[in-house]
Design a protein around this ligand. Structure first.
Ligand SMILES: *[C@@H]1O[C@H](CO)[C@@H](O)[C@H](O)[C@H]1NC(C)=O
Ligand SMILES: *[C@@H]1O[C@H](CO)[C@@H](O)[C@H](O)[C@H]1NC(C)=O
Ligand SMILES: *[C@@H]1O[C@H](CO)[C@@H](O)[C@H](O)[C@H]1NC(C)=O
Length: 326
């Protein structure tokens, strides 16, 4: 698509400013304004899933008190079953529509046993672009009326999830289809809380970034650099071919048992690195790089060139090349 480089940025709010539980869970979220008039929603940034959803009043069978009011869907906002976006979220089982004007149901199950069930709707998103324009494209997202969360007692720190995976249903893929941005996503989480998230490639300092090819495994929804070897202080450890994924939806990093044990025995004394035993939480042979290990780095998922990159960055301020950003 012949469009100029464009990009927009949403400021990731400091987790400390929301509530203690948010701070403790180390969650990174962004505020997006959806609807007309636009209303704010806190969305958990998740590169491990595609569909963006908000808790909604459909009426909600199973919602948890979130920071904002439930999104109120209108009938004319429904996405129908025959819409290609509906087909794109039903890739696992064969998708059939009873009638063309049937609503489009979705169900997302997360690795941590949480889930969201709802219907697809289309509504305006207020987005600020790097060139100073404020646009309100209509984008499809999930209106979730039945949520299961792993820890049922805690109020939800966010109103939903911002899906940043590489599937067709992400809002960035929809923006690319409109010719508004390139399908490039980046985040910069500050160790002090806060940071920023961007879509498009105009902020990417291409020459200073370390790039690695992005491996797409259809059975694995995560961004992955493929297999990796474990180094400790630049020294290779006897562990090669570890399957590694990046997941901003995970607060901590998880290693498979062998890697975890090798790592623990190599750390002398007491250290707190936020790396946990993945076998304990049933992650199988996956090593998950979570938020804690991506702090103070700009991490870029370039879906166009199919590469993943990272570079040390001060996440408290936007790179100089960006102008008029919020
Ligand atoms: C959303 O966009 C409208 C129209 O461009 C603008 O008037 C309004 O201030 C924006 N609201 C927010 C909360 O960004
Ligand atoms: C800014 O970028 C957006 C997205 O590419 C484009 O639609 C809009 O026309 C641009 N605005 C200006 C003033 O160039
Ligand atoms: C990691 O978890 C597995 C499965 O629960 C367990 O067998 C193993 O002992 C744990 N390793 C460590 C170092 O805690």
């Amino acid at each position: 698509m012949a469009n100029k480089q464009s990009c927009f940025v949403v400021a990731a709010s400091a987790s400390a400013s929301a509530s203690a539980s948010v701070h403790l869970s180390g969650l990174f979220y962004v505020t997006l304004y959806i609807g007309n008039p636009p209303k704010p929603y806190y969305l958990d940034v998740d590169t491990g899933s595609d569909l963006t959803w908000v808790q909604c009043d459909a009426p909600c069978r199973n919602c948890f008190p979130g920071p904002h009011q439930l999104y109120k869907p209108k009938k004319e906002k429904l996405v129908y079953c025959e819409d290609p976006l509906c087909t794109s979220i039903h890739t696992i089982r064969k998708h059939t529509c009873g009638s063309p004007h049937e609503q489009c149901d979705y169900l997302i199950a997360y690795a941590d046993q949480g889930s969201s069930l709802g219907v697809l709707v289309k509504d305006a998103f207020n987005l600020s672009f790097a060139n100073g324009s404020l646009l309100q494209p209509h984008l499809a997202f999930g209106c979730g009326y039945d949520q299961q969360v792993p820890s049922i007692n805690s109020p939800a720190p966010t109103d939903g999830v911002l899906g940043l995976g590489y599937g067709k249903s992400t809002i960035i893929s929809q923006l690319q289809d409109f010719g508004l941005t390139r399908n490039v996503i980046g985040h910069c989480f500050s160790g002090q809380g806060g940071g920023y998230l961007f879509f498009g490639d105009s902020l990417v300092p291409y020459s200073s970034v370390t790039w690695t090819p992005m491996i797409r495994n259809p059975s694995l929804k995560y961004y992955s650099p493929g297999s990796a070897n474990l180094l400790f202080g630049n020294q290779p450890m006897d562990l090669k071919g570890l399957q590694v994924v990046f997941d901003s939806g995970s607060s901590y990093t998880y290693f498979v048992t062998q890697a975890y044990e090798a790592f623990i025995y190599a750390s002398k004394g007491n250290v707190c690195l936020g790396i946990l035993n993945g076998s304990e939480v049933g992650l199988g042979n996956l090593n998950v790089i979570g938020d804690i290990s991506m702090q103070d780095l700009m991490v870029i998922y370039d879906n166009k060139k199919q590469q993943i990159g990272w570079v040390h960055a001060d996440c408290n301020r936007l790179p100089k090349s960006g102008t008029a950003l919020m």
